[in-house]
Ligand binder design. Sequence first.
Ligand code: ADP
Ligand code: MG
Length: 652
Amino acid sequence: MDSTESVPVIRQLSASVINKIAAGEVIERPASVLKETLENAVDAGADRIDITVEKGGIDLVRIADNGCGLLPEQMPLAFASHATSKIETADDLFSVDTLGFRGEALASISEVSNFTLRSRVADSDAGYEMVVNGGNHSEIVPCGCPVGTSIEVRNLFFNVPVRRKFLKTTQTEMGHCSEAFTRIAMAFPQIHFTLRHNERTMFELGKVDDWRSRIGAIFGEQVAEQLIWVESEEDGIRLSGYVANPTLSRGNTKMQYLFLNGRHIRDRSLQHALGEAYRGLLLHGRFPVSFLRLDMPADQIDVNVHPTKLEVRFENGRRIYSQLLGTLRNRFLSTDLTAKVEQPVGEEVVDPGQAAEVRDQFVNWARGDKSGGQTHVSADSGAKQTGFRFDQGQPLSPLPQARRVAEFQPFDTTPGFGQNAGASGSTVTNPSTESSELPAGESVFDPTAHAYPSLSPPAEVTHAHGAIQAHNRYLITESDEGVVIIDQHALHERILYEEIREKVLGGSLETQRLLVPETVHLTSSEAAAMLEAKDLLAELGVEVEDFGGDTILVSSYPAMLANINPADMIRQIAEQLDGHGTLPDRRDLIDELLHMVSCKAAIKAGDRLTAEEIDALIERRHLVQDSHHCPHGRPTTLVFTREELDRRFKRT
Ligand code: ADP
Ligand code: MG
């Protein structure tokens, strides 16, 4: 073989191929189109931007702005790759004050879509239009249009079938679009934005001066009310914005927004600083909510390190890290936070009686006080019921009894209920459920209802086990083998898990139609994730529907979860689903949700149990397949064998 034949030929790629490659990097999905064109509208100085999206952006993304517009002679250049009005020299890369600067977006998008650009500058009577279909440019023709620019991107990836195939459902794509929208709309409260999807207005955000109003308009008042203003300036680096009161937290980091000179970014290190600032204030697995801005000289940042500019490099990352951490800690010392702790709202409430204690410990901790600094919230989910509890090295302190006892009725001992619940048709609330576990007359969401998610109570509790409860957390009893110590939460969780799983797999889970369907407000991507998992959720007895905006409607709910607030549960499920990115395998998802549900429904460590409740729990221990481990894999039971005890007491 001729040696030159085996050497591959090097070719200069055509502009079209180059643009397709660039499109592959920058334009991943309709939301990328929305982001790029929205950034252009902001860069053009618009103060009103209207967006219309159809079919999650797959069919259409249209953006109309009232910015500076383009001259007709500039239009072809705007579509050329690496053509931009925003920078000129390499040095400019380090003083970027616009959102865009690479001059790639229009070139990339128009290569893989049907693109129409209409624009008119202020001192011109007419506008001009240019169409680019899959990279083929048309003539520029005059058209009537208002001052500013409007862009229509239709049929994204029509000429890249592989890409098109990977697009997800309308719901999911729209979820990404609203997230892209949110990130920009949040950064610019002084711009009026509207977002419509399939003829429905999703956001109408009027101009506002203060950031809190914009955040409230996007995420709802419940979030806005929980925000604490923070600010600091060190060596020209200004940090400002809001962090949420620890009573408001999330199951993932998605509600941690950071804007660097107006650009939404993600930064792991700063996320870590945020987590550190909240250390001890949130339960394990919960993450702070924050809306923060960093403003600093552009020459201290490299914004040119990530294809979609989501990440940046700081010249002095460590300093910013400590500024963030220090600012939050100082802020947390203020009385403002304390006041909020005393008036809990949201899912994780603090018992007012504990507020003073929490405040003291909090202040100690924030001061870096040694003993205070080591306090931490006990990681068991029981703490969730009352918010923060600081474990001072002693066994978990019991919760105020009066409050708790009213709430927890782990096993209903109401006379007439339980002995033969399954057989008695008359106790069924909902005629459509065969053997509802709800006592007659109790509405599912009556907060005073005592129905507890569990198997129907044991047919009879014949012998007293004589188990005792220690530290409101462990049950101690004996078996033939030896002394048995049971973690009450872990065991109950396991029992519930098995019971619910059996019912789900057997298709016999009783669901309860809600008399008044609940609406639950979620983030866009959470709502999208929920709706995408709709069918799976239905198998679990949770029926959800799109209610418009980012609100979903819960119309039915598993009867056995009667005393768990549906909105609370839905939010948790949504966060979990959203955290996945893609919908997990059906079995995994069901399993995961079962874990979550059973953990939430189970009695908690810290719950004082009556003798009957203890007996009922121990009685059920034999009904589950694997009573030694809770669904998370922690042991439910420890046994000290008689031999071991004898050995330790030196009897042998
Ligand atoms: P970049 O934003 O990085 O400059 P783009 O490909 O997004 O690159 O846009 C190319 C150029 O087209 C911009 O630099 C700008 O001059 C012009 N342009 C794009 N969109 C608009 C708009 N909405 N209003 C005015 N000019 C625009
Ligand atoms: Mg751009």
